[in-house]
Design a protein around this ligand. Structure first.
Ligand code: CP
Length: 302
């Protein structure tokens, strides 16, 4: 029997997203429960990760399940030439759910078509990162009290940033107005702007961060991802395009919060960390509760 996977944020309707956020709030109150007893979750990370993998593993452990998997494909039979198809067919026999990060866009959808257990996309190239988006939505809801009619300022690598692509698609359901702040080389791709155009939603593009931050309810910072550039010189040109310093926050709204999927390199100066508006480490913690909710929802467990 085919089961439910989460590959793109658009695999969930708004009601389902709302239910997952409510369930995450329940898990935040009571994170240790015996719900996954006897269940095995496989974490297949073909690309590096700290938060996504460890928060998934923490989520499973707190719910009484077991984790198997790898963090380095070179230690697996992939290094002998095994295909993704064969890897997924094999792991499918060992686990009740597969969480996969892979550098190739579309790889998670491909895996979900092969597996008979649910596949969760933990990031596929520059495409999508839907579980990050759900924890981002949970963080926005917690800090703003609502998801409706917010102003979100997305900053940095909007071209290759899968987190901003997924978040744009999700937040477009709640009448969001967007500011996209990026250098020319890293602008939001046309397909995502067209997505907003088709929904009649506002967005504004600028290269000037200072001109838009005072209006923001959420500043969503992103890292310029060296690993997505084929030409190192292109990376060098844009790697320091935006750096947020504490002094830049003086005119921002009191309820504004700064999110970042992390890791950061230098795009948020450490002097911001002590500011009450910095929320990125709490955001990473929210990943545990949100991923508990996602796992239970996809496995159909109450
Ligand atoms: N936010 C995120 O995906 O972080 P990791 O790369 O550490 O998993």
């Amino acid at each position: 029997m085919k089961t439910r996977s989460l590959v793109s944020i658009d695999d969930l309707n708004t009601e389902e997203i709302t239910k997952i956020l409510k369930l995450a709030a329940e898990f935040e109150k009571n994170p240790v429960q015996d719900i996954l007893n006897g269940k095995v979750v496989a974490t297949l990370f073909f690309e590096p990760s700290t938060r996504t993998r460890l928060s998934f593993e923490s989520a499973v452990s707190k719910l009484g399940g077991k984790v198997i998997g790898f963090t380095d494909a070179s230690s697996t039979s992939v290094s002998k030439g095994e295909t993704l198809n064969d890897t997924i067919r094999t792991v499918n026999n060992y686990a009740d759910m597969i969480v996969m990060r892979h550098p190739i866009e579309g790889s998670a959808r491909y895996a979900s078509e092969i597996a008979t257990v649910p596949v969760i996309n933990a990031g596929d190239g520059a495409n999508q990162h839907p579980t990050q988006t759900l924890l981002d939505l949970y963080s926005i809801l917690k800090t703003q009290g609502s998801l409706d009619q917010l102003n979100i300022c997305m900053v940095g690598d909007l071209k290759y940033g899968r987190t901003v692509h997924s978040l744009l698609m999700a937040m477009s359901r709640w009448r969001t107005s967007f500011n996209f702040v990026a250098p020319d080389e890293l602008k939001m791709p046309d397909e995502y702007k067209l997505y907003l155009d088709n929904l009649g939603l506002e967005y504004h593009e600028t290269a000037d961060l200072a001109s838009v931050i005072d209006n923001a309810d959420i500043i969503y910072m992103t890292r310029v991802q060296r690993e997505r550039f084929s030409d190192p010189m292109e990376y060098e040109k844009v790697k320091n395009a935006y750096v947020l310093y504490d002094h830049m926050l003086s005119g921002t709204k009191s309820g504004m919060r700064i999110l970042h999927p992390l890791p950061r390199v230098n795009e948020i100066n450490p002097d911001v960390d002590a500011n009450d508006k910095a929320y990125y480490f709490e955001q990473a913690l929210n990943g545990v509760y949100t991923r508990q909710a996602i796992i239970c929802t996809l496995l159909g467990l109450k």
